[in-house]
Design a protein around this ligand. Structure first.
Ligand code: FMN
Length: 278
């Protein structure tokens, strides 16, 4: 899955041919609050097998995806979104718990109780569990909850292929779940237009400490936002927030993505076999 964000055409033209020529099957994801239907149609011309829609109303995007015959994946954070995804004919529903790294619902649900409720609600549509899964035990756990599989984000930032700077890799390898925090402070400080329904889970950051609980004040303070840009330019804070989920403690090595997938599968099989023996 290529995360295309708002679907900037130049970005799509640069990134999609790379994955389209070297990967089979592949898919592309959009932030539905930020993208327009034209961007999705544009990306479909590159022939993705799947399109994933997250964080916002997916309905304007469904028709072109259906017409192109691509698999429709919708990521949901509450039961209303899950029900809407079924009504829109989603082929796969991703149930995201609040442990997840990166963006998600401000008032989200924890993965453990949320996933089985979504499974019961949307069946027979397959559900992928997301949020707080970073090793095969987590994969096994969500299979036991009735999920068809897992969608994993944070763990893949610590792989040799990940396009993150070395400081981010180090922070992920050393980070602890208790050091992560869900907040909109960093989105406001960096001038990102994320709707207030969504916060992001990141590792600790000086601006989180400084502005915690004062989001409205920060939003109304142009100087604070300028300070943020200046601090980035001077290198005193990272260029981007370090998005990481609560399972970051479990990430201690830097494998290739392919080796990681193999390891996750082996660990999950072992965890399920061990659980069965018990
Ligand atoms: C660095 C990072 C970037 C992400 N970008 C996107 C994105 O562009 N679109 C999206 O739907 N989800 C995005 N997510 C969230 C994932 O879809 C997923 O819900 C989450 O990573 C699962 O939790 P985990 O990080 O604990 O594995 C991102 C997550 C991370 C950590």
């Amino acid at each position: 899955m290529v995360g295309a964000g708002n679907g900037d055409r130049e970005w799509l033209d640069r990134e999609l041919p790379i994955v389209a020529s070297g990967t089979e099957p592949w898919g592309v994801g959009f932030l539905t609050w930020a993208a327009d239907a034209g961007a999705v149609e544009y990306a479909l011309e590159y022939g993705p097998k799947a399109v994933m829609l997250s964080f916002g109303d997916p309905s304007p995007f469904v028709e072109p995806i259906r017409r192109a015959g691509a698999v429709l994946i919708i990521q949901v954070t509450d039961l209303e979104e899950a029900r809407q995804a079924v009504d829109l004919g989603a082929d796969v529903i991703v149930a995201q718990g609040t442990e997840a790294g990166g963006h998600g619902a401000r008032h989200g649900r924890s993965t453990l109780p949320f996933v089985p409720v979504v499974v019961d609600l949307v069946g027979p549509v397959p559900v992928l569990a997301a949020g707080g899964i970073a090793d095969g035990r987590g994969v096994a756990a969500v299979l036991a909850l009735g999920a068809a599989g897992a969608l994993i984000g944070t763990r893949f930032q610590a792989t040799t292929e990940a396009l993150v700077d070395p400081a981010t890799t180090k922070a992920i390898l050393e980070g602890r779940g208790q050091d992560t925090e869900r907040s909109s402070v960093l989105d406001i400080a960096r001038g990102s237009r994320w709707p207030s329904k969504y916060t992001a889970r990141t590792l600790g950051h000086p601006y989180l400490d400084r502005w915690h609980g004062r989001e409205a004040e920060l939003a109304a303070d142009p100087q604070a936002k300028q300070d943020y840009q200046d601090d980035v330019a001077q290198g005193t804070i990272p260029a981007r927030p370090i998005w990481a989920g609560e399972a970051v403690d479990l990430i201690t090595d830097l494998p290739s993505a392919a080796d990681l997938v193999t390891t996750l599968a082996t660990q999950a099989e072992n965890a399920l076999a061990n659980a069965g023996r018990r």
